[in-house]
Every structure is written in C-alpha cells, then in structure tokens.
Design a protein around this ligand. Structure first.
Ligand code: ZN
Ligand code: ZN
Length: 415
C-alpha cells in the first residue's frame, strides 16, 4: 500500500506541522513526548522531524501496537495486569514534571480489543492511571500542553466507508481528516487562529449573558429545556498551559461547551445522528427528561444498548455537558459518521450523559465532589456525547429574569 494512501505527502506534512505548531505549540528546547501506534510510523516520523524543526530539545517517541497490547490483556496474570513498573510510569511523570509537551496520535482498529474481558482492561487502565497520576493530573489541569490528532487506519476506514475498497476508503478518510482540521489549500495555522478567535468570542458572549436555562426546538421533535449551573463557564478552542503557552488539546475542535445543572432538564431530545457506543450503534432515539433525569426513552435500533448506558449508575441518566456546534461546521457538512468522538462530537450540537467537566463552573477545579454536586455538577463513571443538532435547530437563552434571547437559529449562530 502506498504511503499515506496516495494522498499528497506535502499536505500530510502540513498536517504534522499544524499538530506540532498549533496543537502542542513546541517551544525552543522543550521536550516533546509522542505516543504513536507503530502502524502510523510514517506520520510519526514527520511529527518528529517537524518538532525538531520547531526547536524541540528532544523528541521521545513511545510506539504502541494494539495487537501486542491485546496479547498482554489476554495472557497476563491478574497480578501482572495490575503491576506498572516504575520506569514505565516515570517515562510519563518525569517529562511532565519538566513541562514537556505531549502529542497523542489516534487512529486504531475500532474493534482491536473485541472479545477481551472488559474487567481485565479496567484493571490495567486503573493501574496505569494510578501509576501515572502525576502525569494525568498535570495534563487534565492543563499545566502542560498536549494534543490529540488522528490518522486513518485500515479497519477504521473500512467502518467509516463500508462501500469503498480498502485503498479508496483510506484516502477518503485522509481527505476527510485533512478537511476537518482545515488543511484545504490556504494557510492552516492562520485558519486555526481565526477559528479560535471565533470560538472565544462566542464563549465570551454566552458567559456575559449567563443564561439560567436554554430552550431547544426543532422539527424532528426536540422540545427541551436545560438548566445551566450558576457560575457556569463556556469553554472551547485553545487553552493556556501552566508552562505559559497556548495549545489546542483536540484537533479538530468545533464545540463550545459548559456545565448543565443536573437537576434541571425537562422535555424531549431527539437524536440527530446515530450514537456509536462500545462498538454498538444506537439509531433514531429520543430521550424524555423530567427534573433533570431521563424518565422515558425509545430507539429504532440499539434500545438495549441505550438501556445499559442509562443504567450505568445514578449519574448516567443525567447530563454532564452542553455543547454547541454550528450545523455548517466542516465536519458537519461531510455528513459522515466517524465512529470516533474526536470527529463525531464536532459535527453537531450535543449533550453528554454522565460526568461533568469541573472546570466549566467557577472555581470548579478546586471543588470537592460534594461541593460540585451542590451546584448541580453531575458525576458518573461514564461520559457519552450524543448529537441533537439539526439544520433547523433553534436555541433560546432564558435569563434569570425570564427574558428570552434567541441566539442560535436554523443550526447557526444569530448573535
Ligand atoms: Zn463535547
Ligand atoms: Zn463530551
């Protein structure tokens, strides 16, 4: 198979440069840690090259392979699964302490771990989280810059474009990803700067309004009111790292999002796109809420899966995220289901069932679980985005005073 499925290598290099410069924003002398699946070695090498070109002090690459990981999950003893050697944990913690930047290359077989006992993977993931706590804490608090970007992979491409032969599906997925990250002939770095300014402007506007509630309506049956937490903060686009540089954690990113009050949600939400959950599809579904909780649901397909999602725990029947994405976003216009949240959540206005993002409420990062719950922050072991944005979706903001302001009409910003 041709390198990059026949897609112009200069464009791929531009993508690598964008990930390095706009994504993690490499600084002179900085250490950069790249996590890359071995099958994407050609893209990984471009990242290394571009990182050094941007002045990186050293680029450390951790190659991974889902087939090797699968062998480990299958064969390791329980004790081994739970054992993370010090050097492995330190390979993350050490560089994070020193303010390194992290690039994670996504793009693997969506069914790589099919059939592996979920419990075994949980044991491993929990052990890794514990051992690399220092690293994850610095990352989640944006103390260090990090970014996630995707590269096409055969099985993934075949799933997204089932009607195409392998090579065609791969090049289609490359083209879609490049389009999604705004590499389309112009100056991509500049396009990202403009896009970021736009997202920041929308956040600023909604933060100034400080709506108490949002009312969603469209023709397919959505008629829904959700409360926002007092002191909620709209976020989106770039973030400022503790190291003093600006970075983009997700490429692409089209959403701005905030924290719903998990006690206030009433009415019906109708899905606008199928939801891919744990390798299963839930299609044409609707959720009915009362007092913040899903009290009724139906699905044309995948009803059982939806049921298991809703029954995960107490918090999985309530909302943890409200996100706005215009219907005209580049990903939305592709009208493609990517089976990957990095893309799908950026195609449409969405909500998430489950855990909230603590930083989306004032002082939330420093709140205890009890304090967060007291302001209506939702907690759950799960966080699943589902899309509700249609071309005719309207969202009206309702102020504490009762005054209503229509700010999103026919799938687009009108304020
Ligand atoms: Zn989201
Ligand atoms: Zn989400």
């Amino acid at each position: 198979m041709e390198k990059f499925a026949g897609v112009n290598e200069e464009k791929i290099r531009e993508y690598a440069r964008l990930v390095v410069c706009t994504g993690v924003n490499v600084q002179p002398g900085q250490e950069i840690v790249i996590q890359c699946p071995a099958e994407h070695y050609a893209f990984g090498r471009l990242l290394v090259e571009e990182a050094y070109r941007a002045g990186a002090g050293e680029v450390i690459v951790h190659w991974s392979d889902s087939l090797c990981s699968r062998q480990f999950y299958q064969n390791a003893s329980k004790e081994r699964l739970a054992f993370v050697p010090e050097w492995l944990a330190e390979s993350r913690n050490y560089y994070s302490r020193r303010g390194a930047g992290y690039i994670s290359v996504a793009g693997s077989d969506p069914e790589a771990f099919k059939g592996i006992e979920p419990r075994r993977m949980q044991v491993r993931n929990a052990a890794m989280d514990r051992a690399m706590k220092e690293h994850y804490k610095l990352m989640m608090a944006s103390e260090i810059p990090w970014t996630v970007a995707a590269v096409p992979q055969r099985e993934w491409a075949a799933k997204v474009f089932p009607g195409l032969e392998e090579d065609k599906a791969m090049s289609r997925l490359w083209e879609s990803i490049l389009k999604a990250v705004r590499i389309d002939g112009g100056d991509a770095v500049k396009a990202w700067e403009e896009h970021d300014r736009f997202l920041k402007e929308k956040c600023r506007m909604l933060n100034e309004y400080g709506f108490a509630r949002l009312h969603y309506q469209n023709q397919i049956g959505t008629d829904f009111v959700v409360g926002l937490t007092k002191g909620h903060i709209w976020e989106g686009g770039s973030e400022l790292a503790g190291t003093g540089t600006v970075f983009e954690a997700n490429m692409p990113t089209e959403e701005i999002f905030t924290m719903p009050d998990n006690r206030i949600a009433d009415g019906t939400l109708v899905s606008a796109m199928p939801l891919s959950y744990n390798g299963n599809l839930i299609r044409d579904f609707r959720l009915t809420f009362r007092d913040g909780q899903v009290v009724d649901y139906e699905a044309e397909e995948g009803g059982e899966v939806l049921k298991s999602l809703l029954e995960t725990d107490e918090g999985s029947r309530r909302l943890g995220e409200v996100a706005i994405v215009p219907h005209g976003s580049p990903i939305s216009r592709m009208n493609t289901l990517f089976y990957n949240t990095l893309f799908d959540e950026n195609a449409s206005c969405h909500f998430a069932l489950g855990n909230c993002y603590p930083t989306t409420v004032k002082d939330g990062g420093a709140m205890s679980d009890e304090e967060l719950a007291a302001v209506g922050g939702n907690s759950s072991a799960t966080h699943v985005d589902f899309m509700v944005g249609t071309e005719d979706l309207c969202i009206t903001g309702i102020l504490e005073s009762g005054e209503e302001i229509l700010f999103f009409e026919n799938g687009a910003w009108v304020k």
